[in-house]
Design a protein around this ligand. Structure first.
Ligand code: MLT
Length: 312
């Protein structure tokens, strides 16, 4: 009987609009990726897929909202690497990234880039390193709270330099970027999906990308490794989640829709222009995302514990 009713749910699903919660502000990198994917999934599912921004506490408020939502496939979460790092960064979290979600699939992996206000007194990574070492806590480093990708990248940067900056937290790097362009803050490490256009038009400076090879979309920006930060690498992966208890056939229907969305020419083109690419089809699956969350919890736990930084 349970099997019969589950099949019926997948056959009719969805019969109403779906909401994808973005756990950061509108206009930022998670929002940009989500809106592109939501549009394409909506076309496939024949229902509107609405994006709702629930920012705060480094993405953990939005994730908590979805963990406790009705498990019917109509409330989803699109979140990044923070799903794994917060498992260590927060001693207390109102959800468990492995146990309290139905994993739908991986979406994309995005490089990061260290950027600064356009009139910063440094033009290269070597000069930024010298600048930060000299000014220390006088340097205002913007991030999206503890658990954000921008937080993680800043943490690695400060560890590498053995220097502390003053961090200025926002509910997302969308508003942080506005302040960086306005000169209210000095530095930020953010995803290329949020910074590529602003680097190209000169409204911010770029010092280095956090991947081993230069990007086709930003060919003049060196890698962090080639510009003095040997091995400074971090890539931000994103996934789609439903609340635990969502019927398996509904999760599979969502995963199928995600696969279709990731082949959508608009998604592929916009992703490429912003320095990223859709995850391969084999990774847009529940098993691949679950394995990724587990392996990334294991990867980051000792690094965060060694840094000794906790949100609570
Ligand atoms: C981050 O730093 O984690 C992201 O930039 C958050 C966002 O999407 O704004």
């Amino acid at each position: 009987l349970a099997f019969a009713s589950q099949s019926a749910s997948a056959q009719s699903f969805p019969t109403q609009p779906i909401t994808i919660v973005v756990p950061f502000s509108a206009g930022g990198p998670t929002d940009t990726v989500t809106r592109l994917v939501a549009q394409a999934m909506g076309q496939d599912l024949g229902q509107q897929v609405v994006v709702e921004n629930v920012g705060g506490a480094g993405g953990t408020l939005g994730a908590a909202r979805v963990a406790h939502a009705e498990p019917n496939g109509y409330t989803l979460l699109l979140h990044h690497i923070g799903m794994a790092t917060t498992a260590t960064l927060y001693r207390e979290l109102p959800y468990n990234a492995l146990e309290d979600f139905a994993h739908v699939g991986l979406v994309t992996e995005v490089p990061m880039v260290m950027v600064g206000r356009r009139d910063l007194e440094a033009d290269t990574m070597a000069e930024v390193i010298a600048y930060v070492r000299e000014k220390g806590e006088d340097v205002m480093y913007a991030n999206a709270g503890i658990g954000a990708a921008s937080h993680l990248c800043g943490l690695l940067f400060m560890n590498a330099l053995e220097t502390q900056m003053t961090t200025v937290p926002y509910q997302g790097t969308g508003p942080a970027l506005t302040d960086l362009m306005g000169g209210q803050v000095d530095l930020m490490c953010d995803q290329t999906t949020n910074t590529t256009n602003q680097i190209r038009d000169g409204s911010i400076k770029a010092f280095g990308v956090t991947v081993p090879e230069r990007l086709e979309s930003l060919p003049d920006v060196p890698t962090a490794s080639e510009s003095g930060l040997e091995g400074f690498e971090v890539t931000i992966w994103h996934g789609v989640y439903a609340p635990k208890g969502t019927p398996e056939d509904v999760v599979n229907r969502l995963s199928q829709s995600l696969k279709i969305a990731l082949k959508d020419p608009t998604v592929v083109e916009r992703f490429a222009d912003l320095g990223t690419a859709p995850s391969p089809e084999a990774d847009a699956t529940p098993a691949a995302l679950r394995a990724k969350v587990q392996s990334e919890i294991d990867l980051w736990r000792p690094i965060i514990e060694a840094a000794g930084v906790y949100a609570n």
